[in-house]
Design a protein around this ligand. Structure first.
Ligand SMILES: [Mn+2]
Length: 297
């Protein structure tokens, strides 16, 4: 366990392992919250994930290495004041600069709207597919009067990017109709994931189907933590039963990194609860798994 105290840095990495000049990956805290529709508090998500990450082992027991030694820099939290378009534009600028320099960017949310900015920034270096782990389709054209709601994030990206959705189990009739007609949209439902547990091959059934549907080499991965089952990550704004189990999510993420070039990612919608850290810790663990894969690529 790291002993150097460097409060705020991802994994509590000491300065020589988090120097922005050498780091091959950067963590971008985005404490953005404007349109949360149920339980509020996701603005505190980045800080809680960073705090929990100080307790995450550097050693990856599944791979037998310490990928963080290749350098992970933690950026200052993004200024999230202003209109959603302005915040999204600011995010795009930061992501574009780092991805353009060949660094992997992991954004920590904050609400899902930030993905619009991250994907735009990552796209500047070449075409990509959005892979979304989520309970919700997020395909509403607007929600509670805003086209920038977290419930609309994939609708803002649909048409512009191919999208592969994983774990979906909640949508409106409008979203179902849009999903049915949209080109370049694949949805792996929560029901399909659950049914595969009883099949020979288990999660390989849907993992392979999802990865094979990705037609671009470059990928942006967006993880809404409510895509995981609430037994794994209960502290989200809109918990939906019937989600991905921990090892299913890890198997999918690993297969994705091994078969495509994932250039940037986000982990969003953590809604920290006082008195319990299990969700914060799971989010931090998942964040390090993602960055670790990127650093090995
Ligand atoms: Mn969601």
């Amino acid at each position: 366990m790291p002993s150097t105290h460097n409060q705020g840095a991802f994994l509590n990495l000491p300065a020589d392992m988090s120097d922005p000049r050498d780091a091959r990956a950067v963590v971008l805290p985005v404490p953005y919250e404007a349109t949360t529709s149920y339980v509020r508090g996701t603005a505190r998500g980045p800080r809680s994930i960073l705090a929990a990450s100080a307790q995450v082992e550097w050693y990856d027991e599944a791979r037998g290495d310490e990928p963080c030694r290749r350098g992970i820099s933690t950026l200052a939290p993004l200024d999230c004041d202003g209109a959603p378009e302005d915040v999204v534009g600011r995010i795009a600028g930061v992501v574009e600069a780092h991805v353009g320099d060949g660094r992997f960017v992991l954004a920590l949310g904050g609400e899902h709207t930030l993905t619009v900015g991250c994907a735009a920034g990552a796209e500047a270096a070449g075409p990509l597919t959005i892979v979304q782990i989520d309970a919700h389709a997020d395909l509403r054209d607007e929600y509670q009067g805003s086209p920038w709601s977290h419930a609309c994030v994939m609708r803002r990206l649909a048409g512009r990017f191919p999208i592969v959705q994983i774990g979906i189990r909640s949508m409106s009739a409008e979203e179902a109709a849009f999903s049915e007609e949209a080109n370049g949209l694949l949805c792996v439902t929560g029901r399909e994931i659950a049914a595969a547990r009883c099949e020979p091959g288990g999660c390989l059934v849907w993992v392979e189907r999802a990865v094979q549907a990705i037609e671009t080499e470059r990928v942006y991965l967006s993880v809404d933590l409510d895509g995981l089952d609430p037994s794994v990550v209960p502290a989200v704004g809109t918990p939906e039963p019937g989600g991905l189990l921990w090892n299913e999510a890890l198997a999918f993420v690993r297969t994705l990194f091994e078969s495509r070039k994932v250039v940037s990612a986000d982990v969003v919608e953590l809604c920290p609860r006082s008195g319990t850290v299990r969700s914060d810790f799971a989010a931090a663990r998942l964040a390090y798994k993602i960055v670790g894969h990127a650093l090995r690529a």
